[in-house]
Design a protein around this ligand. Sequence first.
Ligand code: MG
Length: 204
Amino acid sequence: MKILCVVRNYAPHAKEMQSAVPTEPVFFMKPDSALNQKQMPFFYPDFSQDVQHEAELVVKINRLGKCIKPEFAHKYYDSVALGIDFTARDMQKGFKERSMPWLLAKGFDGSAVMGPFVTLEELGKPINDLNFDLKINGNLVQQGNSGDMIFDVDHLIAYVSRFITLRTGDLIYTGTPAGVGSVKIGDHLDGTIEGRPMLSLDIK
Ligand code: MG
């Protein structure tokens, strides 16, 4: 199983990061050891002073595919989850400044949080019109709609599968909307998709 993640897939987030809006999808990966899918507490790591949340819709690939055409991409998933792409922003900044890969800033243990999956059928909504949000201690910090993605899910699958074979169980973190920010020990994070509670996490 691999965890593919998309960078800057919502224009307002690219702006808040003072980054250009990409003209092609940009991917990175997290190792499978980064995954926290049981919503165990997130233990604040000692190597960062600035861990930030990025709330993202996560798509699970449900069949083997390579060079998938965009018009067939919808056959490769049927459910979504709410995830958090935790990022050690201070480390990432340092790596970026030195033009070095940011793997360790985004791939550390526990950095890929993910709630349970819900089918699109159950939600009664298409993949490109899903509202989701994240609250910290009850305060809304991030709110997005998948219709605002720069590259929609089918485009992401078509694009990445030209280079990397997708296998059953692979995960795609589809990018974060604006509102990323720091978490601190003692925080409680809650998230929803279409108003359904989909994530609940303590920072310890
Ligand atoms: Mg992200």
